[in-house]
Design a protein around this ligand. Structure first.
Ligand code: 26V
Length: 821
């Protein structure tokens, strides 16, 4: 670097060092000699936070001044992970801060590791919300994320004797340096009670809701910097408080516990994230969470709109509200309540405003995951909102009942109320009707929406369903997770890689360049060494960094088919034992993921992976040729370590069942080859990276449907495949569970007689695809060519692209791409 530039950096480093020291002393209250790594983490976080706040206040000011339309992203989950490296990266302070800390004898990597993950999400849906927040800031969209500040995020997972145990997560126990409490921003949230009809001065009737119970929503704001720090948005999370936290009279009369009852009841709303991610809990507390945050967020944004523009009727011009799945869909009824009951807007006008303001993203078609609420529960908890839903439904059905094809069957399918098993409100229908656009998260998923759950609704609103294929933020999933690869790529494409991911295409020209391949491979090898160290530390298993790292990390679900992967491991295990001296490819199967505490089968699958690993890893006959490891407590931070070290990415869901997947994108970007079905975004990944560079196998979504309609008995497939029958037989007979030989009898029986996820039907195709992977691995130049082409062609999967599409086609807001200063 030129001398002047070096000097400027030197001054920056000194200034950062002094700021960190000042934060340590005056904000943390510790001396250099007494400071723990966590104290240094807080001091460093506070120092970068100062820069963030500087830019944050100007962003807020500029949005006000320009009167720009705002985007509100309503999500019950934000799976953020750690923020220190993210904030330093986006504020372009990382090198200077690392150097400043080094001068103080402190290692930035150590500080990185002491930060607790913000694990306010279950999986894909929550992580997508976090990537979107970052991309909206990067594109200078004036956006707010709204959610719940859970005291306890997703449970911590421990594995004991191969079994998952759940422990409470406690991310706030050491404080949270990124958030600002806003004690002045409090919204009352009502529940229950009754409704009075009053006559307005103009003679019209008005419904007045008198809640029987009120809690308060308290705001906590976290600034979200975009790439290069030019624009900073706000993530506003609500915490629940009792209106009257202590009944002093009751306390004084000796009832010390009773005096705190209201407080416990109110605060339970934001106490803990629901850990199921497909089967709706259907519990009252969950509905209370949904209404709590939807109502607080709407009150807050309507108040902001009125204070800026004076008239609630212009809301749709100045606000776009995106519903992240149906979890916040009650917001549609809440906006109608606000407009009609509180602002005296006529119903039809209010409905037009509502539809023009809202849009809805669907994230799953699994029937058991589609939210419905029992009508009696709704009537008790939200009586006015239930009335509003009835009225929306009546007007909607009146409109369609005039049509010639309006059979009873069709009206039942279109109704907001499902009458088939007790009366229940269909939240997907409510979200669909109350929105101007509805989207799926991959092309295949969006197409399937039109033929399955939203088939009838789509026919009365053709064109409402659109596709917005998911994306990921390259700042976190490339630069922060894999800085060495990012530097190499920037040498080729220039240092605007994170401004415009499409420049990655330039890397394709080097796919066959042997010296580039070597450098690319060396980076992978170093990442694998780092992961091997971590695995050794955490579970005491030693990995060979030259083995093929075959990775399957995601929530544990039958449809994601971890069992298919385990079966292949067992099959190969038996083959190696039978012919130990063939030229086997050394391979490590890496699993990680959490199972919902109540999902018995998923927990059994975790145990199976652990049991199989235990036997295989300690069998000397294998000479280390195969290892199977299960890494406990999968979270965002662990993903950041595993993905850059992966050679093979397992994306093997039953076709038609994975809405998109986003892990698949993170792996391919970092140069892992994918073995996968034609499901979710895998289809589009194949189209971008080219079919020679991805290992696609198995039934297509159409074939799955056809096959299932013929029956899901696995016996034929098992009979046709000796490898499969042997693998199943050894699992069923207790080879991997000698202490309890019948442990997996039920699992194997289910695959044999009732194989809903078509594991047996796809086994041979999967097994053969794995052999094709082996052949490619033996041809190292061909392997690295494919890996490099994956990286080169993944630019389109940047969440910047996804967000630009939402901005243009759904929100109608302008975007400003980042640029070098
Ligand atoms: C449902 C429930 C039910 C009540 C308890 C809490 C809870 C939490 C989440 C869910 C729905 C989860 C749906 C989901 O995560 N879908 C995933 O969304 C990703 C982002 O679009 C997508 O990549 C994955 O394929 C899809 O499974």
């Amino acid at each position: 670097a030129p001398a002047a530039e070096t000097q400027a950096i030197g001054e920056d480093v000194a200034a950062i060092r002094d700021l960190i020291l000042a934060k340590l002393k005056y904000s943390v209250g510790k001396s250099v000699t007494a400071a723990s790594p966590h104290d240094w983490f807080v001091a460093t976080a506070l120092s970068v936070r100062d820069k963030v706040v500087e830019s944050w206040l100007s962003s807020i000011e500029s949005s006000k001044r320009t009167g720009r339309k705002r985007v509100y992203y309503l999500s019950l989950e934000f799976l953020i992970g750690r923020l220190l490296i993210d904030a330093l990266t986006n504020m372009e302070m990382i090198d200077e801060t690392r150097a400043a800390l080094a001068e103080l004898g402190v290692d930035l990597e150590t500080l990185r590791e002491v930060e607790d993950d913000a694990a306010l999400g279950n999986g894909g849906l929550g992580r997508l919300a976090a990537c979107f927040m970052e991309s909206m800031a990067t594109l200078s969209i004036a956006a707010y994320g709204y959610g719940i500040r859970y005291d306890h995020g997703l449970f911590r997972q421990r594995i004991k004797n191969g079994r998952q145990l759940e422990y409470p997560e406690d991310w706030l126990s050491f404080g949270n340096p990124w958030e600002f409490q806003r004690p002045e921003i409090v919204c009352p949230i009502g529940f229950g009670g009754h409704i009075d009809t009053e006559t307005r001065p103009d003679g019209e009737l008005r419904q007045v809701w008198h809640p029987g119970e009120t809690v308060e929503a308290l705001a906590y704001d976290t600034p979200i910097p975009g790439w290069r720090g030019a624009h900073i948005n706000t993530l506003r999370l609500w915490s629940a408080r009792a209106v009257d936290p202590l009944r002093l009279d009751q306390f004084n009369s000796g009832d010390h516990i009773g005096a705190l009852m209201d407080r416990v009841r109110a605060e339970s709303i934001s106490k803990v994230l629901y850990p199921g991610d497909t089967t709706p809990a259907g519990q009252e507390l969950r509905l209370r969470q949904e209404f709590f945050f939807a109502s607080a967020s709407l009150q807050d944004l309507v108040r902001r709109h009125i204070s800026l523009y004076g008239d609630v009727r212009t809301l749709a011009d100045k606000a776009a509200i995106q519903l992240n799945d149906t979890h916040p869909a009650i917001a549609i009824a809440e906006l109608m309540h606000i407009l009609v009951d509180l602002h005296d807007i006529p119903w039809d006008e209010a409905w037009a405003i509502t539809q023009a303001t809202f849009s809805y993203t669907n994230h799953t078609l699994l029937p058991e995951a589609l939210e419905t609420w029992p009508v009696p529960l709704m009537e008790r908890l939200l009586p006015r909102h239930m009335q509003i839903i009835y009225l929306i439904n009546a007007l909607h059905l009146a409109k369609v009942s005039g049509e010639p094809d309006a059979t009873g069957h069709r009206l039942a399918a279109l109704s907001l109320i499902d009458e088939s098993h007790g009366r229940r409100v269909r939240m997907g229908h409510l979200a669909f009707l109350g929105s101007h656009k509805v989207n799926g998260v991959s092309q295949l998923h969006s197409d399937l929406m039109k033929t399955t759950v939203f088939h009838d609704l789509e026919s009365i609103a053709p064109g409402k369903i659109t596709n917005k294929t998911n994306g990921i933020t390259f700042r976190r999933w490339l630069k922060e997770a894999n800085p060495a690869l990012t530097s190499l790529l920037m040498e080729v494409v220039g240092d605007n890689l994170l401004d415009n991911a499409m420049v990655l295409e330039k890397v394709a020209a080097l796919a066959d360049d042997s010296s580039f391949q070597e450098r690319y491979a060396a980076i992978r090898r170093a990442n694998k060494m780092t992961l091997a160290r971590l695995v050794q530390q955490r579970i005491g298993v030693k990995l060979n960094p030259d083995a093929l790292f075959d990775v399957h990390i995601k929530r544990i679900h039958e449809y994601k088919r971890q069992v298919l992967n385990i079966l292949e491991a067992v099959a190969i295990y038996e083959e190696i034992r039978a012919q130990p001296f063939r030229d086997w490819i050394p391979r490590v199967k890496i699993f990680a993921g959490k199972a919902a505490a109540s999902y018995t089968t998923a927990k059994l699958i975790i145990q199976l992976a652990n049991d199989v690993g235990k036997v295989i890893n300690s069998d000397p006959a294998l000479r280390g040729l195969l290892k199977v490891v299960f890494l406990p407590n999968y979270n965002v931070s662990l993903a950041e370590r595993i993905i850059p070290a992966a050679d093979l990415s397992e994306q093997i869901s039953t076709a038609g069942m994975e809405a998109s997947g986003t892990g698949n994108m993170k792996f391919a970007l970092n140069g892992a080859l994918t073995i996968g079905t034609l499901d979710g975004a895998n289809v589009e990944i194949m189209e971008h990276v080219g079919s020679p560079n991805i290992f696609i196998f198995g039934l297509t979504a159409d074939e799955v449907e056809a096959k299932r309609s013929q029956g899901i008995n696995g016996q034929d497939a098992i009979a046709r495949s000796p490898k499969l029958s042997e693998a199943l037989e050894s699992i069923a007979s207790g080879v991997f569970s000698p202490d309890e030989p019948h442990r997996y009898r039920g699992l194997v029986d289910a695959l044999t007689y009732h194989d809903f996820f078509l594991v047996t039907a796809d086994f041979d195709a999967y097994y053969n695809a794995q052999r094709a992977v082996f052949r490619r691995w033996r041809d190292k130049p061909a392997w690295w060519r494919s890996a490099i082409l994956n990286t080169a062609h993944m630019g389109w999967f940047s969440s910047d692209r996804t967000i630009a599409e939402y901005a243009e086609e759904i929100w109608n807001v302008p975007v400003t791409p980042p640029g070098r200063k």
